[in-house]
Design a protein around this ligand. Structure first.
Ligand SMILES: [Fe+2]
Length: 215
């Protein structure tokens, strides 16, 4: 019998799922209606803020903002474009709800105390039929950990998280990003994407609010 080659995948979580208490979601939800427009290629359908933080002893500290760049090997949609976004609101960063999310992220990833945590706050709008929440398609973000946290949704179908064992494979996992879902993806080992979004009622605004944490 041939010997099985042990890979680094063994004994690693590829995907971890939790639901956060609704009270924590409710604490951060109002801040998504104050997201600024963004002037980049995805600006029409992704309102967003972006911060780099450290979370030590239950204190959130903003780190100097660096321009957000994805290599064009990762992002074929707007790769190598330097994008500067407004920081998350200080008041929101200090809510117990948001701190709970950072604590959960640290617990689930096991990252060291002084690790930089990048936070994206998104309102993904369905502006036309099949609006892609992840315009770069099947991708990795170039981190160890990528975590999506569902906060709210309005008049929307789609926007489900897709996870892939290989870039060219069919998705091995698909799940609606429900309010309070905390989905941690092993970004070194698996790939991810999201299904296109459509409005249920074409006359009303339709969106998905979420955070993405990376480290
Ligand atoms: Fe991503």
């Amino acid at each position: 019998m041939g010997e099985r080659i042990m890979t680094t995948v063994n004994n690693q979580n590829l995907l971890q799922l939790r639901f956060l208490p609704q009270q924590h979601i409710d604490a951060v939800k109002p801040y998504f209606s104050q997201l600024p427009d963004n002037p980049y290629a995805d600006g029409a359908f992704r309102k967003r803020r972006y911060s780099v933080v450290k979370f030590i002893n239950n204190e959130v500290t903003l780190q100097p903002t660096k321009a957000f760049v994805q290599d064009d090997s990762i992002n074929t949609f707007q790769g190598n474009v330097e994008r500067v976004y407004e920081n998350l609101e200080q008041e929101m960063l200090n809510t117990d709800g948001f701190k709970h999310m950072l604590a959960e992220f640290k617990t689930m990833t096991g990252i060291a105390d002084d690790t930089d945590i990048e936070v994206h706050q998104f309102r993904m709008l369905a502006i036309e039929s099949d609006t892609p929440p992840a315009p770069e398609g099947v991708h990795q973000d170039g981190f160890d950990h990528v975590c999506v946290c569902g906060v709210s949704h309005e008049n929307i179908a789609g926007g489900e998280l897709l996870v892939y064992e290989h870039k060219e494979a069919e998705p091995c996992f698909k799940m609606e990003i429900k309010d309070g879902l905390f989905a941690l993806v092993n970004d070194r080992e698996v790939w991810h994407n999201a299904t296109p979004m459509n409005k249920l009622d074409a006359e009303q605004v339709g969106y998905l609010d979420c955070f993405v944490f990376t480290a």
